[in-house]
Design a binder for this molecule. Structure first.
Ligand SMILES: [Zn+2]
Length: 217
């Protein structure tokens, strides 16, 4: 059975987490938001204060045993935790959200909540549509401004979400050794992942859940 994919950067510090596949089991206990491709990141108090589901693209938590997650189907899921394991976060980054800075916004919130430097946060970028398949239009070039981007291939008109977000993480102070990736393209692996572009209407709205849980320590 296909299960959640995990990354040693988080597993080795005892963080329960997983990037969903087509076969991974539902996790009804996981808190998720109504995602909007924006940059809003919410803490537990903020989403409990409102009627759910609230809108946003990132959830952070510092409560023991609490699990937060994001749904994806080609967009990039990002899971993060402080090295102490006391604060975790899950972020949903399609090109719009990524370009607008959802991931650095989330990392800043975790640093604030944990009262630590970004250098002590571990971040893993999960399966997403890769530069092999992610052809994008001119509106994307215009919104992602950089002098010498390594994450856009103008000739092929493709975008590399992993590279874009890695670049942003380094800018916000995350250490290179604390950034991990599961570089599997969701569109190239329809047997493993639901893909918005790869599955088309056959997907019927199905997505992968990507979760992370603050442990009981
Ligand atoms: Zn691909």
């Amino acid at each position: 059975m296909k299960d959640f994919l995990r990354h040693p950067l988080l597993s080795t510090i005892g963080i329960d987490h997983g990037f969903g596949t087509v076969g991974s089991a539902p996790r009804p206990q996981c808190l998720v938001l109504r995602q909007t491709h924006g940059t809003r990141v919410l803490s537990p108090g903020e989403y409990r204060a409102q009627e759910r589901p609230m809108e946003g693209d990132g959830l952070i938590s510092h409560e023991r045993g609490e699990e937060v997650g994001v749904f994806t189907a080609d967009c990039l899921p990002v899971l993060a935790a402080t090295e102490s394991g006391e604060c975790v976060g899950a972020f949903h980054a399609g090109w719009r959200g990524a370009a607008a800075g959802i991931v650095p916004a989330g990392i800043r919130r975790i640093a604030e909540m944990g009262q630590i430097l970004s250098a002590h946060i571990r971040v893993v970028l999960g399966p997403a549509i890769g530069p092999c398949c992610f052809e994008v239009g001119p509106e994307v070039w215009e919104s992602i401004q950089s002098e010498t981007p390594t994450y856009v291939q103008r000739r092929r008109r493709t975008l590399d979400l992993w590279e874009l977000v890695t670049h942003q993480l380094l800018e916000v102070g995350v250490s290179p050794e604390n950034i991990g990736r599961i570089s599997l393209c969701t569109r190239c692996h329809p047997d493993l992942f639901f893909s918005h572009r790869g599955w088309g209407t056959r997907r019927k709205g199905r997505s992968m859940l990507n979760y992370i849980r603050r442990d009981m320590r």
